[in-house]
Design a protein around this ligand. Structure first.
Ligand code: PLP
Length: 413
């Protein structure tokens, strides 16, 4: 018998055999309603027939065609297709394999382009696990403890997390912008700052949406000091929040946009988009990796975009997301639910567990997550204290499946 074992411990005992739409089936034939979508990846559902067919066809033609040597059609077609959905100023695209890699590309590009060392991130951020991406991550010390020193030049400023502060959205926003100015005056000169990295909705940080006033405040300062806004749409892109991009809720376009997860329905692919003039400032050879822009992943992404359009999945995310959030709120309103706040955008819904005196209740969130899994509903947790249960079902989810999930969640709570 092999002595090897996988590095990671899974959060549930499910041994997945196959998936179909919103369901995963285990090797014993058990069925699980998947409100995790592989952490927001399989947005078109597990094994959507169109995505499977496109990938199978591409595998038979060309699996790998490294773009520094030869260009291939799936990559060119995907580049053109992304032009239909990206902000018009972002007319150049670069492909990598994971969110972290694309974030690192945006980091290098923003430093190269501005010649400045500093990066400002917002408290509760998650930008990945590679050393540079982990340096930009402030949603939990679990992502950095034990392997310091991390990359230098990163400064953190508050995010307008109203529930955490116990303030109104307006008060939290004013505070966050004032603190940003204070940071500029005390520790991080804006003239030395290359970029703000911002998630339209904090993901790992607890499913906390930003707001228009906060982003307008960032834009004002970015324009004033020549700082770039890097929009991390790794989790919020591709319809997840009920608009194609998360930033569209807030009316402020990023200067560099990074996306991954829902882009290729589970095939490893990420993208960074920027104005061509800016992208040209990346030094030759400074970006890219062997597998970036893989032909099969690009073909799957093209099929994903077809499915999103044909099945109106962005609208579905908005409608089903509202149904889910309303249901979760109703359940949270029951006496002794233990849930202090329900928030999110589209099909990113979080329920934060707190004790009677308002402290994070990690134990209850963990217990709820595990009990839900036992009852056939797969969920995730997030937040600094891991006390927020998050629901991120595929965008193909139906009203009946949302209601089935809510019924289990109601039992659990
Ligand atoms: N940025 C955000 C907002 C994410 O949610 C994630 C992953 O969860 C990443 C970056 C990192 O992506 P990856 O895990 O593909 O490296």
């Amino acid at each position: 018998m092999s002595k090897l074992s996988p590095l990671l411990k899974q959060a549930t005992p499910v041994l997945a055999d196959h998936g179909e739409g919103a369901y995963l089936y285990d090797t014993s034939g058990g069925r699980h309603l998947d409100f995790t979508a592989g952490i927001g990846v399989t947005s078109t559902g597990h094994c959507h027939p169109k995505v499977v067919a496109a990938a199978q066809e591409q595998v038979g033609k060309l699996v790998h065609g490294q773009y520094t040597t030869v260009m291939h059609k799936p990559l060119l077609d995907l580049t053109e297709r992304l032009g239909d959905v990206l902000p018009s100023a972002l007319d150049s695209v670069f492909f990598a394999n994971s969110g972290s890699e694309a974030i690192e590309s945006a980091l290098r590009l923003s430093r190269h382009a501005t010649g400045r060392p500093n990066i400002v991130v917002f408290q509760g951020s998650f930008h990945g696990r590679t050393v540079a991406a982990a340096s930009l991550t402030t949603s939990g010390t679990r992502f950095s403890a034990g392997f310091s020193p991390l990359m230098g030049g990163v400064h953190m400023s508050p995010f307008p997390f109203a529930y955490h502060y116990g303030w109104s959205e307006e008060e939290a926003t004013k505070f966050a912008l004032r603190e940003l100015d204070y940071l500029f005056a005390t520790a991080c000169a804006p003239e030395d700052t290359a970029a703000f990295f911002i998630e339209p909705v904090l993901g790992e940080g607890g499913y906390v949406p930003a707001n228009s006033e906060f982003l307008a405040g960032l834009r004002e300062r970015a324009d004033k000091y020549g700082i770039l806004i890097v929009g991390d749409e790794v989790q919020t892109g591709f319809g997840r929040t009920g608009k194609f991009w998360g930033h569209q809720h807030f009316g402020v376009e990023p200067d560099i946009l990074v996306t991954a997860k829902g882009l290729a329905s589970g095939f490893p692919l990420s993208a960074m988009a920027a104005p061509a003039e800016l992208m040209a400032k990346a030094w030759p050879g400074s970006q890219g990796g062997t597998y970036g822009g893989n032909a099969v992943a690009c073909a799957a992404a093209l099929a994903t975009m077809d499915v999103i359009e044909e099945e109106k999945l962005v609208d579905n995310a908005a409608t089903m997301g509202q149904r889910l959030k309303d249901g979760v709120k109703q359940i949270a309103a029951a006496p002794n639910s233990g849930i202090g706040d329900v928030r999110g955008l589209g099909l990113m819904v979080g329920a934060e567990f707190t004790t009677a005196d308002g402290q994070p209740d990690t134990a209850k969130a963990k217990a709820a997550h595990q009990l839900a899994a036992e009852k056939g509903l797969l969920l995730l947790t997030c937040g600094a204290w891991m006390n927020t249960v998050r629901m991120i079902p595929p965008l193909v989810i139906t009203a009946e499946q949302i209601d089935a999930g809510l019924e289990i969640w109601s039992d659990v709570v």
